[in-house]
Design a protein around this ligand. Structure first.
Ligand code: NAP
Length: 432
């Protein structure tokens, strides 16, 4: 028998569990450990609440969690309740699948003013992440700025622009729904430091902006190179650029606008105690395709600034860490210690990109310790003993099912669930 611990129960963690299970069959016990009693990481806390079809992938993870030999161990924080060194003592291999939950900083003056948020905070707030339940983003002004030209920027702009009606069927948390319904935001400006050909927005997500009930996208045709230049783009990007070009001709009698401001790099955020404006420098592309400041600056009014410029992983004591992720070679950090997903390669790709990652690491583990081999490590038995000695109350998959049932029971009509947004409410639901 082999014992494996996977730290983190998001997509990368579950694909790794699936891969290890396929490689080892009945000869492995796989424990998926999470700091929260609720699994699925990014699926629960990151994927937009109005993208329920994307969230449906968790059904596949349910099957893994329910299968023999796999356990979910919630409410255990690795690095706090138990160290990686201790896990390595109990388990044959430890895989870090901790994602990238922290916002990268813009690194400009004024970034710490009230009303300047990172996308992890804003997304966490509307998705019921307990850390951001009290965020209370300022929505009483007319002008919001979203910095970045990726899919997360699109998520933030879309959520700021949707009507209550459009959240029907979503699992946006009640506090966010009420606040957004009362929001005074009328213009969301998306700042891109480069141009339409350099966006990191995928067509399906971009296309949604053209069909909003109360908002429409505004794009300046002067920002584009000649249309023939689109032919050299890779097909997905070409589709996105075609959509942007289509937005140039759009006029709509709708109260809200989503304005694309390209070649615009934020250089300072200003205000008296809270954000009032953002100072932006015009850019152009240099020979390498990087954004280069032109020296021309202008200010945009802003009552809310959300930077959606990428994420970084949380360091864990004694695990080598550099540039926002764990130092690794094809997922291997050191003897019997691995990383997968965003903790391995940084925050890029779709949910499915994590699947090959998990399988590659499982292959490496299987090569190092063949599936028919055995060890005398104690696995979960030793972990549970240690946690009990530290009065850490671990939860399991059945506990998660109880929480899920309670969240479903309190859902408003048309919504699949009303998430508990505080750690203690999860434990309350378990009667702990
Ligand atoms: P991303 O795709 O890497 O985009 C980050 C954006 O921020 C880029 O446009 C980048 O511009 C810009 N940026 C970086 N540093 C900046 C700075 N200092 N100043 C101004 N702009 C800056 O990251 P993301 O949007 O956070 O998304 C993370 C991953 O999740 C991506 O793979 C994304 O596709 C995926 N995702 C998918 C979905 C979906 O499929 N529905 C939804 C959300 C997220 P440069 O290109 O100039 O560096």
């Amino acid at each position: 028998m082999r014992h494996f611990a996977i730290v983190g129960s998001g997509p990368a963690g579950f694909y790794t569990a699936e891969a290890l299970q396929r490689a080892y069959g009945e000869n492995a016990r796989i424990d998926i450990i999470d700091r929260y009693p609720v699994p699925y990481g990014l699926i629960r806390f990151g994927v937009a609440p109005d993208h329920q079809s994307l969230k449906a992938v968790s059904k596949r993870y349910d099957k893994v969690a329910e299968s023999a030999g796999v356990d979910f161990i919630g409410n255990v924080s690795v690095g706090e309740n138990v160290s990686v060194a201790e896990l390595l003592e109990f388990y044959d291999a430890v895989v870090l699948a901790t994602g990238a939950p922290h916002d990268r900083k813009l690194g400009i003056p004024g970034e710490d003013l009230a009303g300047v948020l990172g996308s992890a905070e804003f997304v966490g707030w509307y998705n019921g992440h307990p850390q951001f339940a009290d965020l209370d983003p300022p929505l009483s002004g007319a002008d919001a700025i979203v910095v970045g030209n990726g899919n997360v920027a699109l998520d933030c702009a879309r959520i700021l622009s949707k009507t209550r009606n459009e959240f029907e069927g979503s699992d946006i948390v009640g506090h966010a729904l009420e606040a957004l319904d009362a929001s005074a935001v009328r213009t969301v400006t998306i700042l891109g430091r480069r141009g339409p050909h350099q966006i990191a927005m995928t067509p399906k997500e971009l296309g949604e902006l053209g069909h909003l009930e109360a908002a429409f996208p505004v794009v300046d045709p002067a920002d584009f190179p000649p249309v023939e230049a689109d032919e050299a783009l890779e097909p997905g990007l070409r589709k996105s650029v075609a959509l942007l070009r289509g937005f140039c001709d759009l006029t709509a009698d709708k109260p809200k606008r989503i304005v694309f401001d390209f070649f615009a790099r934020p250089v300072a955020i200003e205000g008296d105690g809270e954000v009032e404006r953002i100072v932006v420098e015009r850019t152009r592309l240099d020979e390498s395709g990087a954004a280069k400041g032109t020296g021309e600056t202008y200010a945009l009014p802003a009552s809310l600034v959300i930077s959606a410029i990428g994420y970084s992983t949380s360091p864990i004591a004694d695990v080598p860490f550099e540039n926002g992720k764990f130092v690794n070679d094809k997922g291997r950090i050191s003897d019997r210690l691995y990383a997968v997903g965003w903790a391995r390669r940084g925050p890029s790709g779709t949910i499915g990109t994590n699947r090959p990652d998990g399988y590659e690491v499982a292959d490496q583990i299987a090569a190092a310790m063949p599936p028919e081999s055995a060890s005398d490590r104690k696995g979960v038995e030793a972990l549970k003993q240690l946690l009990a000695s530290r009065s850490v109350m671990a939860t399991d998959y059945d506990d998660w099912r109880k929480i899920e049932a309670a969240e479903t029971a309190q859902a408003r009509p048309g919504s699949p669930r009303e998430k508990f947004v505080r750690h203690e409410h999860w434990l309350d639901a378990l009667g702990r």
